[in-house]
Structures are given as C-alpha cells and as structure tokens.
Design a protein around this ligand. Structure first.
Ligand code: KIV
Length: 274
C-alpha cells in the first residue's frame, strides 16, 4: 500500500504542474472520507474555533483542543499529508515556547507539519521550529489570528507597499525552508506573482486560480453554514439542507411511532418470565 504523501511529493507536484487539493478537517469521520476521496493535504485548522466551537474568532482555541482534533484526523487517515495549525498564543511569546509546542504537537499526534501565521515578524520562530526538524507551512495575506490588528477580515495586499511586503515575506519563508505557503484573501494577480517567484507550492484560499493548490474550510465547501458565503467559497454540496431534512424526517418518524419499525430492533430473545 502507498504511504502518506510527504513534503517532497508536494514540492514535486508544483514542479510538474499538478495542482494540490487541500481541505480542513477536525474529526475522524470526515478525515477518513477526505482521505479515501483522494485529498492531498488536510489542515487541522484553528478554524475549528469557528466551525466546531462556534467562536467569532480563532483566538480561544488552545493546544489541548488542537491536539485532540489532530489526533482524530491522523488516526483516520492513511495517504493525506496532515498539517496542524499552531493556535494563537502557542508560538508568539518566545522561540522556546514555540519549539516546545511544535514538538508537543508532533509527539502527541503524529502530525507531519505545523502551520504558523506571519512572515518576517516570526522568521526567528519558524527557523527554530525547522531546526528542531519539524516541517513548517507558512501563512501570508489575511491572518485570522491578527484580525483585530488588520481591522477585520479584509482583502490584503491591495497597495503597492503591502504587495511588496507580501512578496518579500514569501521569498523569506522559502529561504527559511518552509515547504509550502497558504495565501489567504489577496488579489489573484499578486498570488500569481508570488507563485511564479517561489519554488515551494502556494495554496490559495480567496487568492484566485493561479496558486499551486487550493484550500477551503470543509464545512464551508459542504454548504453547512448558509449564513457564511464569501465570494471565494464555492459550495460543492448543500449539506445544511440535506441534514436539516433528514432531522425533520427523523423527528416525524419518532413522533408518529414509525421508527423503529420491524427489522430495526432485536426481537429474537424471549422476554423474561419473572
Ligand atoms: O484555520 C484554517 O482553516 C486555515 C485555512 C483557512 C487556511 O488556516
């Protein structure tokens, strides 16, 4: 049986022009479906704070919860390359804290790599984690962990100077040794320029068609949240309606005593006489 994809496979995919398909996952059931359907990369995103726990931002989630979700995803997958997001506050305090938490992530979950948000300002941290032998995926553009500093979930890299800074950051992440970079919510032209500049794969979300791969939050692309439909999310299914209709049918069946029916319960043993 073929083993898991590696950082080399992802870099080779870019070299051969093969697009990388990535999604987030947070639990074993969905992770198994994604893996068996042929996804290349699964990110256990800190978006779990939003879609699993219902918070407004990704800030509240911590290492314990990320490790819990990542263990489930790693356990359920065989082929996909799995990355864990380092949550807010787990790497910003010091290099020692960042390396300790990255090592904890790998030891506790068996995950192949970690992802950190930022460029030049966290270069020393990325470098230290890489020195510990842990692959790092970069993340540039809209950084949800810095949402208040950025003034909201806005398009990034719109001005000449912002675009230049993002291009420089992408070059720096490549130089440091990151194996890939997520580009979130930046103009498609800028994403194309970055993609053509660096030799490591770029994985876009809201960054247009020219990146080396695409990633979406699983619950968004499955149409589980009709209240969140930004321009860059395509809903490949409408699971909100499918789940809602199934639950309505179930409620009716239970209330009308149509469930369980004959064959849906165990009736082989005689009832006790006393
Ligand atoms: O946490 C997450 O889901 C992410 C993706 C949006 C890339 O970082």
């Amino acid at each position: 049986m073929q083993g898991r994809l590696t950082t080399h496979d992802l870099i080779k995919a870019k070299q051969s022009g093969k697009k990388i398909a990535a999604l987030t996952a947070y639990d074993a059931t969905f992770a198994r479906i994604l893996d068996e359907a042929g996804i290349d990369l699964i990110l256990v995103g800190d978006s779990a704070a939003n879609v699993i726990a219902g918070y407004e931002t990704t800030h509240p989630i911590g290492m314990r919860e990320m490790i819990y979700h990542t263990k489930a995803v790693v356990r359920a997958t065989r082929r996909a390359f799995v990355v864990m997001d380092m949550p807010f506050g787990s790497y910003q305090i010091s290099t020692a804290q960042a390396v300790r938490n990255a090592i904890r992530a790998v030891k506790a979950t068996g995950v192949q790599a970690v992802k950190l948000e930022g460029g030049q300002e966290i270069a020393h941290i990325i470098e230290a984690i890489l020195r510990a032998g842990i692959p790092v995926m970069g993340h540039l553009g809209l950084l949800p962990q810095s949402v208040h500093k950025l003034g909201g979930y806005r398009l990034q890299g719109k001005t000449q100077s912002e675009a230049q800074r993002l291009l420089n950051d992408a070059r720096l992440l490549e130089q440091l040794g990151c194996f890939a970079i997520v580009l979130e919510k930046i103009p498609a032209k800028l994403a194309k320029q970055i993609t053509e500049t660096v030799r490591i794969p770029t994985i876009g979300i809201g960054a247009g068609p020219h990146t080396d791969g695409q990633i979406l939050v699983l619950y968004d692309m499955l149409g589980l949240n009709p209240h969140f439909q930004p321009r860059f999310v395509r809903t490949f299914a409408n699971l909100y309606t499918i789940v809602s209709q199934a639950v309505q049918k179930y409620c009716t069946a239970v209330r009308q005593n149509q469930f369980p029916a004959h064959g849906e319960y165990y009736d082989t043993n005689p009832a006790p006489t006393t």
